[in-house]
Design a protein around this ligand. Sequence first.
Ligand SMILES: [Zn+2]
Length: 243
Amino acid sequence: MKFAPEIQRNLLHMAIIRRQLEAGGAEIITPEQAELDELLEQQRRLRDAAASAAMAVEDMETEILRIQADERKLRRRVADDREALRATSDPEKRRDLEHDEYSAKSRIADLLSELAEAHNEIHALRSNHDNHGARLDELNKKVDLATRARDAAAESRHHLSEENIIEDIERIRGELPEELLEAYDAAYKEYGVGAAFFNGRSCGGCHMMLPANDRTRIRNLPEDEVAECPNCATLLVRTSLQN
Ligand SMILES: [Zn+2]
């Protein structure tokens, strides 16, 4: 079967884009994907910040519980001192007990002001935490929208390029000689490739290294002779698309 190298190149081009189409096309970073990636990065940072804010609230709650426990202990000490005071008339013991009661009370006063401060702080920390939560909710919605936009864009681009490729395939088929097309279709039916580049050593369809005598034979065929892989029957085109 003889066809000019130029015609064989067209056949190879068609076979290659058809295989690309069947492979689902290559992954590319779209503007929508870039936008989504940016939002996901913001989401990650905000989640970290929200987790830190939650931890700060927890720490302050622990601090408040500690202050309250200390206060209870001191109030018990005051009550114990008073009871002991009622039970003794010894001046020295009374002086010690009164001193202890006084210092416990002044420590309680300190604790109460610490507690007031801690309550103010936890209020601020809680509203900071709530604020992070609200911003995160907002951002999660944006991520959802951006994900949908990315998917929709990918879908429409996929259809667009698919349509273009199918159009190209049809156009090239319309230009190829009938006999060559029939041979291509038969080879495609046989192995699923149809036509592939022969690099002088192996078949671009089945990727088998050809036996030495086949390699030499195919290399020495006249350039308008269409070769065939002895292994998978794919038509072998010896001029690459770049030539
Ligand atoms: Zn092959």
